[in-house]
Design a protein. Structure first.
Length: 564
């Protein structure tokens, strides 16, 4: 009997469209042969599998697996895939095989074997890596492949490709073989006998038991800063900001959370790095910069690959990625940021409610556009609630912007937790049914949201080159930020009565320069604006200089913050 470390073991992973052969088909298959005493994988292959005629991959499966129909252009048949897999182990009658969730993959592989080799005994002698890990590491909060591989020091991408899963499973197998040998399990037969025995009773603790020592995060400073969770191999898993580093990091490990990825991520954390900064505001800015530079896998919601910003035309409907004399209202985070206002402007000016205008006016995709009759009734309700759209300012543009401004102020003043829940329930993608009242509500909500983006664009243009003096709520420490060309150039302690820098004297431009903004600057200044709003809301102090001899008056600043 050969030792586990010297045994060639087949690693298999497949992605499917259903939970079993009765409800789905294999979408992607990958395999390789690993020997625990070696670093490399051999006979490594990965293939998309041809789907049965007329079979459509559900959208949920696409999101879960990252399946792209274009990538399956060179898909092979299931029969061909089975023969290639069998060739990887030279037709061995019973090939040692390790699969992370063996019960799942084996149901599909056994179905193939029964169809393509009905007279031959099943060729794979498989063990479940997940079952081995549960026995070896019973206290880990998660033993999913990503959690387990990360805990052992492998950087597994969050995309669910079969090839990546095979590589991760092979890495885990090598680590498990060493751990099994230390426990006297050194051959394939011994491993099967060990798995067949009843595992010792080991009830799960009431609270998750994470690998990192609590002393590591409890001894961090109680000052503002940014923290980074690290794998044992040094990979950065996650970046966060904190008003108190010790309290915030401890909350990850002590609070019960419903977030699906939290236990998986925390299973992999072996160390924490922290950077202390002068304020919670500066921590928010540094968090953004760190995430942008490192792109940690568990900060996926805070990363973007599109670095463009957009500029709208005067009619607020058309937009372009480069500012000029036609497209000068911006910067905006999306090509469609102001299209709501543009559509409502066109309708207020007498345009026929064709479907592109109806969809844009209520802020939904073309798939969820209300029909014309229902929309007209909803538009009539909207006009009845906001009569200034017909009898206000001389221009339709001014009337639409005035109503949107008032809607934003009203919604901001009345916003409660119940309102937020109602907004969530009103998402049109969750219902295909429209009625006039729902149309009117969506017209109001979409106008308020678009107007906030409109006003924020002008405000970020001012912050682009500014001096900011602030004091966090409850603090006695005054900080100065010098923002130049949309970047934080200096952050220091400063006296409250600080004269502005002569560098800020400038001529105001009606049209932004091409290249003045990109998405990184936009997001940075948006975060800065949000933090300044928080400080002012919670009783702190903010003074902003944008080229004048005095700071923006406090009353005007308060009014600006209500709109951005």
């Amino acid at each position: 009997m050969r030792a586990l470390a010297e045994l060639d073991v087949l690693i298999v992973d497949c992605q499917t469209t259903g939970a079993s052969p009765a409800f789905g088909s294999v979408l992607e298959l990958a395999w390789g042969v690993v020997r625990a005493s070696r670093a490399e994988l051999s006979a490594l292959e990965s293939h998309f599998i041809e789907l049965p005629p007329g079979h459509v991959v559900p959208e949920q499966v696409r999101r879960l697996t990252g399946y792209d129909p274009a990538a399956s252009a060179n898909a092979i048949s299931d029969a061909d895939a089975w023969q290639r897999l069998r060739s990887a182990v030279a037709g061995a009658p019973s090939a040692p095989t390790a699969i992370h969730y063996a019960r799942f993959e084996l149901s599909f592989l056994r179905d193939w074997a029964a169809r393509f080799e009905p007279e031959t005994p099943f060729a794979l002698d498989a063990v479940c890596v997940h079952a081995i890990a549960r026995r070896l590491y019973p206290d880990l909060p998660r033993q999913s492949l990503r959690a387990l591989a990360g805990f052992l020091g492998h950087g597994l991408d969050l995309t669910r490709s079969s090839l990546g899963h095979v590589e991760a499973t092979a890495f885990v197998w090598r680590k498990l073989c060493a751990e099994l040998a230390a426990r006297g399990v050194e051959t394939w037969e011994a491993l099967q006998a060990w798995l067949a025995t009843r595992a010792p009773a080991n009830p799960r603790p009431k609270k998750p038991k994470y690998p990192i020592s609590p002393a590591r995060y409890k001894t961090l400073p109680s000052e503002p800063g940014v923290y980074r969770f690290l794998r044992s191999n040094g990979d950065v898993l996650y970046v966060g900001k904190a008003t108190s580093l010790s309290k915030r990091t401890a909350s990850h490990f002590s609070a019960r959370t419903s977030k699906q990825l939290a236990p998986e991520m925390l299973t992999q954390v072996s160390d924490i790095q922290a950077t202390v900064v002068g304020s919670a505001l500066e921590a928010a800015l540094l968090e953004h910069e760190t995430i942008r530079a490192l792109r940690p896998p568990y900060n996926v919601q805070l990363t973007t690959t599109d670095l463009r910003v957009w500029y709208a035309s005067r009619d607020l409907f058309a937009s372009a990625a480069t500012p000029d004399e036609t497209y000068y209202i911006g910067p905006l985070p999306s090509e469609y940021s102001l299209r709501v206002l543009g559509a409502q402007l066109a309708l207020a000016d007498g345009a026929s409610p064709a479907w592109p205008l109806r969809a844009a006016a209520v802020g939904v995709s073309d798939l969820w556009t209300p029909d014309e009759a229902v929309f007209n009734l909803g538009w009539a309700q909207f006009l009845a609630r906001h009569r200034e759209l017909e009898s206000g300012a001389p221009s339709a543009r001014r009337r639409v912007l005035d109503v949107a401004r008032q809607l934003l102020l009203t919604r901001a003043a009345a916003k409660t937790a119940d309102d937020a829940a109602a907004d969530q329930a009103e998402e049109p993608e969750k219902t295909a049914h429209w009625d006039p009242e729902r149309v009117a509500r969506h017209l109001e909500r979409a106008a308020a949201q678009a107007y906030q983006v409109y006003r924020r664009a002008r405000w970020l243009g001012l912050l682009h080159d500014s001096d900011i003096v602030f004091r966090e709520p409850g603090s006695t420490r005054t900080r100065l930020l010098r923002v130049r060309d949309g970047e934080l150039r200096e952050a220091v302690d400063a006296p409250l009565a600080l004269p502005p820098s002569t560098e800020l004297t400038r001529t105001r431009r009606t049209t932004p320069r091409a290249g003045e903004f990109d998405r990184e600057k936009y997001d940075r200044l948006r975060i800065l604006s949000t933090e300044l709003k928080r400080i002012q809301r919670d009783g702190g102090l903010v003074r902003i200089y944008v080229g004048r001899t005095r700071a923006i008056p406090a009353a005007r600043l308060l009014g600006i913050q209500r709109l951005v």
